[in-house]
Every structure is written in C-alpha cells, then in structure tokens.
Design a protein around this ligand. Sequence first.
Ligand SMILES: Nc1ncnc2c1ncn2[C@@H]1O[C@H](COP(=O)(O)OP(=O)(O)OP(=O)(O)O)[C@@H](O)[C@H]1O
Ligand SMILES: Cc1ncsc1CCO
Ligand SMILES: [Mg+2]
Length: 268
Amino acid sequence: MKESIREQILAVRQQSPLVHSITNYVVMNNTANALLAVGASPIMAHAHSEMADMVKIVGALVINIGTLDEYWVKSMELAIGQANTLGKPWILDPVGAGATPYRDEILRQLLELKPTIIRGNASEIMALARRNVATTKGVDSTEESTAAVDAARYLQQQFGSVVCVSGAVDIIVGKDTTILLSNGHPLMAKVTGMGCTATALIGAFAAANPADPFCATVSAMALLGIAGEKAAKVSNGPGSMQVNILDQLYQLTDEAVASMVKLEESHV
Ligand SMILES: Nc1ncnc2c1ncn2[C@@H]1O[C@H](COP(=O)(O)OP(=O)(O)OP(=O)(O)O)[C@@H](O)[C@H]1O
Ligand SMILES: Cc1ncsc1CCO
Ligand SMILES: [Mg+2]
C-alpha cells in the first residue's frame, strides 16, 4: 500500500487533473487552494446550462452539500448524471447529514445515484446509514470515527461506494479491505472545511487514479493527515494552521508520506 500511495501522489502531480466541485460557500477558497497545492486544478461551477459540458472536460466531480439549496441540488443531479454516463468518479461529502429533514431527503436521493466514494465525519456517516442514530451538531461530529465503522460497511455494501469516515483516526472501507490511518492533528478540526478539503483531495486522487478509488482515498487522506501533522508543528493556532497546511501539501514528497504514514490494514 505504501508503494501505491507514492505512485498515486506522483500521478496527481504529473497529470494535474481538473476537478469539478459543486461545494459550499464556506470552503470554496480553501479547497481550491488545497487542490492547487497538491498539483491538481480546481473548477467550481453550478449553472445548470453548463453542467453536462463541464463534466465532459474534468477528471472527477466533488459533490458537497454544505450550503445546498434547490437550484444547486438540480445542478448536482445534472452533473452526477453526466459523470455516471461517462463513467467518471464522483465523490459525495454529506455535510451536516442528520441536521435537517431536507438535507437527509436530498442525501437519500444522491445516494441512489451511487457515489464512487463517500467521505464524512462519524456523525454524518451514521446519519447517512440511519444506523446507531447519531447526535449531530450542525457540521461537526459528536462521535469518534470508530463508532461509525458498521455504518460505513453498510453504505459500502448498499451503494458499492468506497466509504471514508474521518476523525482522529481516518477509516477507509472498501469491498474487502478496511484501512485505518492514524495521522493528523487535533488542530485540523479547528480549521473550517478541513473535511471538505479532504473530500476535494480525494477527488484529485480519484481523477488521477480512476481504476482504484479505494487506494486513491487512502492516499489522499494519508497526504492530508501528514500535512496536518507537519503544519501543526509550525503553527500557533487555527489561523496559521490553515495556511501552513497548504504549504505542507505543496512541499511534502511522496517518500516522506510513505515513511510517515501510520497505516493499519484489515481484511474483513
Ligand atoms: N482529533 C484529530 N486528530 C487528528 N486528526 C484529526 C482530528 N480531527 C480531525 N482530524 C483530521 O482532519 C481532517 C478533517 O476531518 P474531520 O473529521 O474533522 O472533517 P469534518 O468534520 O467533515 O470537517 P468539516 O465539516 O469542517 O469540513 C481529516 O483528515 C482528519 O484526519
Ligand atoms: C460551517 C459550514 N456550514 C455549512 S458548510 C460549512 C463548512 C464546513 O463543513
Ligand atoms: Mg464535513
């Protein structure tokens, strides 16, 4: 796996894939900068009239419901429809799942379109699976990622998606392998949209490595976690952390990521 992570990081930098995000107002700037820092290229658009054409020219589509509304939901459906027609990977970030009935109804409809990859925090993944009914506090998790493993497995089996539960430990659930990553730093949760950034980076890795969405997800999460760890060492708080992570995403070598990754694999 460590060798695959190295290859995937190099593939993103060599290919510089174009990633289309329909994402929330809060994180647009952070996620666009994070995509540039890892070597990918961001585009954010949601006009109905350009969705089908836009998806034709990109490597992956990121769907983040953070600040959804009725117009954007239609944009999402048009973009996902085209991604599925063209066989391009699309990644769902179920921001705030469980917070309101509207969010949950839209998520129910989006799940039916079978995301290639789903990434959320523990509360969101549990709400999405409607299991172990989690308490949610808006967009932040009230649960540990390990509490959501059953929910992630259920979603994986039901929709065929790779499912990533983020938190102190990032858990990536595939068809027959589960990987636990213990990199990262608590300060990451004090920067808004760090999870959205994780999802955007997964989009870049899935675009560069469309044949292996599981490994793409592991690689993106490993890179972000290690960037967070290194950034925390030179940060004074959430403000400097936000910019230092971008520098680390830009500077980290594939060798450094392979040597620092704390990875545990289980076949279940
Ligand atoms: N306590 C922690 N220790 C180490 N890493 C953490 C911790 N909390 C979060 N992270 C890391 O921060 C990143 C974002 O994950 P998090 O679970 O906080 O997303 P999120 O709740 O969806 O965030 P947001 O909604 O603000 O985008 C992940 O890469 C995760 O590993
Ligand atoms: C704070 C917030 N509200 C809607 S989306 C978002 C960004 C973090 O998920
Ligand atoms: Mg989130």
